[in-house]
Design a protein around this ligand. Sequence first.
Ligand code: GLN
Length: 545
Amino acid sequence: MPKAKTSKYIFVVGGVMSSVGKGITCASIAKILQSKGFRVATVKCDMYVNIDAGTIRPTEHGEVFVGEDGIEADQDLGNYERFTDNNCTAENYITTGQVYQEVIRRERNLEYDGEDVEVVPDIPNEIIRRIKLASRRNKAEITVVEIGGTVGEYQNILFLEAGRMMKLKYPSDVIFVLVSYLPIPKKIGEMKTKPTQYAARTLNSAGIQADFIICRSEKTLDEPRRDRLAIFCSIEKGNAISNPDLDSIYEVPVVFEKEHLGEKILSKFNLKAKQNDLKEWRRLVKTIKTAEKEIKIGIVGKYFGTGKFTLADSYISVIEAIKHACWYHKRKPILTWIDSAEYEKNPQKIRELSKYDGIIVPGGFGSRGIEGIIRAIRYVREHKIPYLGLCYGMQLATIEIARNVLGLRKANSLEIDPKTPHPVIHLNPYQKKNIQTKSYGATMRLGAYPCVLEPESLSYKAYKTNKVLERHRHRYEFNNSYKANLAKAGVRFAGICPINNLVEIMELVDHPWFVGVQFHPEFKSRPLNPHPLFREFAAACLKEK
Ligand code: GLN
């Protein structure tokens, strides 16, 4: 068999400050190169000692994204999937914790042949091995590697070192992109390049020269600043790429292409575009910009107490999935966050829910705000408002129906009330053991499981197939001993996992559109291919309007 060609590598690092959109930059670069006919892979390097993102609070670093294989990863993998439509797996996600764990495991097994094991080069070497592995597994011609954090901090230095070592070894196969921020201080009213110059130099001091600088700012980059960046950061003039604030992240590839970023990158690698196909993507961007008629969706939940920014990040895949579905119907999504604790304090307020075309209850953990969510679900059930419950949203809908339709007043999930006489949501024996032994890391029910659909169901009508694979991340499950009674009360068990007979989807027979799913469909929604359940939920919102 001919030896597979090695990949080209694009390292993307951040300068000046965090949250300037490295993830979207990586996803957009990957998208552009893919549109030019190249197979791409995207890898996220996270500097945390955590083995995965599963043990990190979502309000800390945003949503925990779950891959098909059950990897609990940084939310950037979600951006990669949404832009490239390539499914990410464990290989696409590298953390400091994983790297050290593997090096120490090898040392314990005498795999270093008696040599001393050193931070440099053994740690960067393991990072390089993992990056190459991701590239091979994805059969990538070009691999985009995002290094978390910002240049100049201690924590990501070994990832930068891995990039430097790769450049040294494969000079014509490795390039660096610096994503930087150019502030426009209000009092001065002028875009400043100096922080970016410092960032480029800090990168230099790690032995790395940027080939491109992505210039995030409120406004577009002008000529004088392009000149200055070229001179002071030692890049070709056309390689300072403007990336102003935009209404939609999906516009970023289009904006990059205005400056021919794809061609410029390919020419660094001595490659030529095999095709140019961003047509459908451009059409989507047009829809996003022109859709006027609205769909009003309320998201009822918790995690809302920590300010707007964290909240959007905690539910990024849900938000994006709603947008994809609304754009499919050529509508503008209007999302409102509703803090369920409000309905506990002031039950009358619940009537405001009738303002919305549909209500979503997303995933969550713990007992805060739960009674308010259950009240909200009762309201949408009784007032026939379209409802989509995601994971916790399905479990809480089950509790609501058990309480208010079956009359089991104390029905609950064992997660919320471990002493409930009616645990309609309970724990499997293996999960009980995980909790008893405090084995929390990567022990939830994770990743893709099959689900067989009931032909008469709303879900079947959405998916138009009888078996689907959906991604999970939860510990608690529907308790099958309540199945018969709930069915009599009007619950349709629309999806069952054939492996373990677990309830995956519940619907209401006597309701225009009420669907609760134990899995997380939001992870599989794509801008050009919205998830069937979100798409049909949005359709129901339009119909019931
Ligand atoms: N807390 C619930 C469980 O662990 C639901 C989890 C979720 O919504 N992702 O089962």
